[in-house]
Write a protein of this length. Sequence first.
Length: 274
Amino acid sequence: MPNPPDENALGKFLRERRRRLDPGPLGLSLERRRTPGLRREEVALRAHVSPAWYTWLEQGRGGFPSADVLDRLARGLDLNPAEREFLFLLAGVGIRVDPSPETVDPGLQRLLDSLEFSPAMVRTSAWDVVAANAAARLLLAPGTPEPSRFNVLENFFLHSHDPDARPGTPWWEAARSIVAGFRLEAFRAGFGLRAREVVSGLVDRSVPFAQLWNQWEISASPRWSKTFLLAGAASASFESTTFAVQFSPGLTLLVFTPVTDTDRDTVKRLLVPG
């Protein structure tokens, strides 16, 4: 098996968060800094740990810190709650194994189908879709051999990529939110083999994904808007919302709600022509 795309993930995350800290507001000197962010010894001082040991952590040689040390590192790096949780997950604290069920209860499928004009699906922590309604199959996976089963991340980056997308554009901001949310969810579930396969494939096939994955951003609850280009040059805008599926660890319900009545009517015309 090849090395996972996040070998020494703890060290990489610590390093990126250190580099993003602004020394000025923290009362640190701005003189003679060759790289952005804080120095290793400055983070170590803020976290009350040995500079040598902190350096080893970033290099992947320090072992896993205790919960107390993780708390101090989180404070020293000024992590937000989602980033703090991610730090603990990387250190092996709180990780669970995701069973990743591949089927859903018939009642859940009926719920999806009842959301007639709102694309809805159920996905695993690796973002593989295991159930979807007609609107989701029409808008999110048109022309696929098995449209009820696809990977949300792969579909977004490989089939809906805006070639003119760049930092600051709506597509790029949606992509940032998606990658940040996927990272936290995947690591909550232990970052298993399937999630690693998805990431490895996208790093090789999608430059925007590779760029965003290497930024190590974390989001606890990604919520974003997206405009789909539909048949006949029509378009419709949606807001996405996610829900945990009770009694089915590892499954998430994802619903795209039309933003306006016009967007809803556009979906309706495509699903019920004439």
